[in-house]
Design a protein around this ligand. Structure first.
Ligand code: HEC
Ligand code: HEC
Length: 285
């Protein structure tokens, strides 16, 4: 574990490197890249054995380290195109970190962060954020039609072959096991961008390409509608794990958040502009 921390500290001194570090992952993979359908389950088992304390240093960051909290927020709440992590399942989180590291899921900032993590650290980070309470919904911000969003989430729309989101993501959008992530209460800009990325094939790290088939039949207005509806729904309240005692939230996480916020927001928006450009080159629908 210490070796992993040292690598993270030693290798992360210059954040300006990130976008240019990943030229080979900037283009979309073929949509038929096989994805292990049990990957999130395997990570869940691993995370259950990991210690959430082992993730605290990574989350708070140290001199020269990209702290998770500096982008994802001190409470794991996310903002704009940066997702909330609090309350997602451990296996889902760890699988995403692994996918960012290998380039199966493409994002310059997260590739740069994740490729420095050991598997044990990914598992510990998953457990840490899974046990962090997600207190309030992000709220709608895209001007989407909430009634239409509710219809898509609860019932789907057979006229366009859209299945109900909740048929996979759970009857409140709180996720099902480690494979189907919670989407209720998530950041609306992030939700909208992921739907667009799934539709174009820019994101294709889900088993069976489920999300490509779902997202490609939705119009832009439908993506905004469902993203806004989901963002306005309450996030999952109950804790994911019965681990006793206080969650090892670090005071240093909020410190790092305050001091790095301006810098990181700038970094994140740069990275996202790069991603946006990539996505636009994909064939949509
Ligand atoms: C420079 C900003 C930045 C830092 C630092 C950062 N992230 Fe991220 N993270 C992002 C962005 C932006 C995304 C959305 C990527 C996309 O659009 O696909 C993301 C996505 C994720 C996701 C996917 C969540 C989901 O709902 O699918 C996970 C998990 C994650 N980050 C974990 C972490 C962890 C753990 C750390 C610290 C070790 C970390 N991140 C550090 C910016 C950052
Ligand atoms: C057939 C099952 C299925 C249906 C129906 C479905 N999803 Fe998904 N969705 C998935 C799976 C599986 C993933 C996890 C992808 C991964 O492993 O990276 C996912 C991931 C997502 C993500 C990414 C979450 C994150 O944190 O990054 C979003 C957003 C999403 N789905 C939205 C929707 C919406 C909106 C609908 C309805 C219009 C919907 N899904 C319907 C299976 C489904």
């Amino acid at each position: 574990m210490l070796a992993g921390f040292a690598a993270l500290v030693g290798g992360c001194t210059d954040r300006q490197d990130a976008p240019s570090e990943t030229p080979s992952t900037a283009t979309a993979n073929p949509v038929d890249t096989p994805v292990d359908p049990l990957a999130a389950m395997r990570w869940e088992v691993r995370s259950a054995k990991a210690s959430p304390e082992a993730a605290t240093t990574l989350i708070a960051g140290a001199e020269g380290v990209w702290s998770c909290g500096s982008c994802h927020g001190a409470e794991g709440e996310g903002t704009q195109q940066i997702p909330a992590l609090a309350g997602l399942s451990a296996g889902y989180i760890a699988k995403q970190l692994s996918d960012f590291a290998t380039g199966q899921r493409k994002n310059a900032s997260m590739h740069y962060v994740a490729r420095r993590l050991s598997e044990a650290e990914m598992a510990a980070l998953g457990r840490f954020y899974a046990e962090l309470p997600h207190d309030s919904p992000a709220g709608a911000s895209l001007g989407g039609n909430i009634d239409r969003g509710r219809e898509l989430a609860l019932e789907g729309d057979w006229r366009v072959s859209a299945p109900a989101c909740y048929s996979c993501h759970g009857s409140s959008g709180w996720g099902v096991g480690p494979t189907f992530p919670a989407i209720a209460g998530q950041q609306p800009v992030y939700l909208y961008q992921q739907l667009t990325a799934f539709a174009s094939g820019q994101r294709n790290n889900d088993p069976e390409n489920f999300m490509h088939d779902v997202a490609r039949v939705l119009s832009d207005a439908d993506r905004r509608a469902v993203a806004d509806f989901l963002a306005s729904r309450p996030p999952r309240q109950e804790k994911r794990s019965s681990a006793a005692g206080d969650h090892p939230r670090s005071a240093r996480a909020s410190q790092a958040h305050q001091t790095n916020q301006a810098h990181q927001t700038n970094q994140a928006s740069q990275a996202n502009r790069a991603n946006g450009a990539t996505r636009q080159t994909g064939t949509e629908e």
